[in-house]
Design a binder for this molecule. Structure first.
Ligand SMILES: [Zn+2]
Length: 366
C-alpha cells in the first residue's frame, strides 16, 4: 500500500503502518494536550490508542495464523485509522476454511476481553452515555474496546469479517459467485439503510457515514473480483500469457532498458542469464527512478527486483492471478516446468485482453 512503511516483520508477515494512522496518533495526543489536561493526559491517551492498535494487530494475526493452518501465507498487514487490513496471498475457497479464517480475528478479541475480565474482574458499565475514550479505568476501556471490535467486525458486510462469515455460510448451500454477490448485496443494503436512517432523522454522524460509504464500495469490489475470477475459471496461464516480449542480459545497463521501454509498450523486462534462467525483473518504475539518481550507465542487475514468485503454462489462471496480485512485481514470470526457462509473462493488461477476446468469441457462438 502506498504511503505506508514497515514497522516490523513477524514470522514472515510484514506489519506496516499507514501515514494517516500516525496523523491520528498525533491528533489524539494534541487534542488531550490542548484541552488543558496537560502532558500526562496526552501521554495516556496516546498510549491507549497505541494499545488499541496492538489489539488490532493481534486480531489480524488471528486471521494470519488460521490462514497459515491451510497453507495460505500473508505477506503483510497494514494499519489504517479504520483498523487493520491483512493481505492474504489468496482467499480460502472451501466455505468451512473461510469461516474459520474469518472468525479467528474476532476470537482473539474475545480472548483478550475475557482475560482482562478474569484478571481485573472489571464490570464495565455499557450504557448509552458511556464514552470509553473519556471515562473509566485503562483496562476497563481496553476491555470495552475489544468487545466493540468483536461486534463491529461481525457486521454482516464486506470488508468486515461478518461479510466473509455470511459468504461462507451461503457458499455451503450455493455456488461461490452467487454466494458472494448475495452477501455483497446484503452488506450494501445495510450500509444504505443506516445512511438513509441518519439522513431521515437529521442525525448525521460523519464518521458513520464515511464507514457506510466505505462498506458500500468494498462490497461492490468484492463482488466484481469474484465475477472476474469466474470469468477466468477453466482458463490456463498459457491461454492469457504474453509470449512476445523483450528481455535483458545480465550485463545490460539502464540505457538498454530505456531503449526497450521506448521501442514498445512493454513496461517490465525480465533479466535472463546465459541459459535463459530468470534472474530478476526490471520494472518501469525502478528504471525511471534509478535513472534520475544514478544515470544510464547503471547495470540492470543492481536495479532489478528478485521477483521470486513464478507460475507454469499449465497452471490455473485464477491461481496465477492471485500470486501476481500478492507479488511486488507487475508481471509474473511463466517458467517451463522441465527446463526452468522463461516462456511467457503474465500481466493484468494481457489477461484483460484475453478475457475480452474470450467474451467476443462467446458472443459469436451464441
Ligand atoms: Zn478481522
Amino acid at each position: 500500500m502506498k504511503w505506508s512503511f514497515r514497522l516490523f516483520t513477524f514470522s514472515g508477515t510484514e506489519v506496516r503502518v499507514h501515514v494517516t494512522f500516525l496523523l491520528l496518533l498525533l491528533f489524539v495526543a494534541s487534542q488531550s494536550f490542548l484541552s488543558g489536561q496537560g502532558l500526562p493526559a496526552a501521554f495516556e491517551s496516546t498510549l491507549f490508542i497505541t494499545v488499541m492498535f496492538i489489539c488490532v494487530v493481534l486480531h489480524e494475526f488471528g486471521h494470519v495464523m488460521a490462514a497459515r493452518g491451510y497453507g495460505i501465507r500473508t505477506p503483510d498487514i497494514t494499519l489504517l485509522p479504520i483498523g487493520g487490513v491483512a493481505r492474504l496471498e489468496r482467499m480460502p475457497r472451501k466455505p468451512s476454511e473461510e469461516l474459520v479464517v474469518a472468525i479467528s480475528g474476532p476470537m482473539v478479541n474475545v480472548i483478550i476481553a475475557a482475560a482482562i475480565y478474569l484478571v481485573f474482574g472489571i464490570s464495565a458499565a455499557i450504557n448509552p452515555g458511556y464514552d470509553f475514550l473519556i471515562t473509566g479505568h485503562f483496562f476497563q476501556k481496553l476491555m470495552v474496546w475489544n468487545v466493540f471490535m468483536v461486534l463491529f467486525n461481525l457486521i454482516p458486510a464486506f470488508p468486515m469479517d461478518g461479510g466473509r462469515v455470511l459468504r461462507s455460510l451461503f457458499a455451503m448451500f450455493m455456488e461461490y459467485g452467487v454466494a458472494t454477490r448475495r452477501a455483497a448485496s446484503i452488506g450494501q443494503g445495510i450500509a444504505m439503510m443506516v445512511a438513509i436512517y441518519m439522513l431521515l432523522n437529521h442525525k448525521i454522524d460523519p464518521m458513520i457515514l464515511l464507514i457506510c460509504f466505505f462498506i458500500f464500495m468494498a462490497a461492490g469490489q468484492e463482488a466484481a473480483l469474484v465475477t472476474q475470477q469466474e470469468a477466468t475459471k477453466n482458463l490456463r496461464v498459457r491461454d492469457a500469457m504474453l509470449t512476445d516480449y523483450r528481455t535483458l542480459a545480465p550485463d545490460a545497463t539502464l540505457r538498454d532498458g530505456v531503449a526497450l521501454l521506448l521501442a514498445g509498450t512493454q513496461q517490465d523486462f525480465p533479466v535472463l542469464d546465459a541459459h535463459g534462467g530468470m534472474q530478476g525483473m526490471l520494472t518501469r518504475h525502478d528504471l525511471i527512478s534509478t535513472l534520475a539518481e544514478k544515470g544510464p550507465g547503471q547495470p540492470v542487475v543492481d536495479v532489478m527486483r528478485p521477483c521470486p514468485a513464478s507460475t507454469q503454462p499449465a497452471s490455473e489462471l485464477t491461481q496465477a492471478l492471485e500470486i501476481l496480485n500478492a507479488s511486488d512485481c507487475t508481471a509474473l514470470p511463466v517458467l517451463d516446468p522441465s527446463s526452468g526457462e522463461l516462456v511467457g509473462l503474465l500481466t493484468t493488461e494481457n489477461v484483460g485482453e484475453a478475457l475480452m477476446v474470450r467474451a467476443a468469441l462467446m458472443k459469436l457462438r451464441t
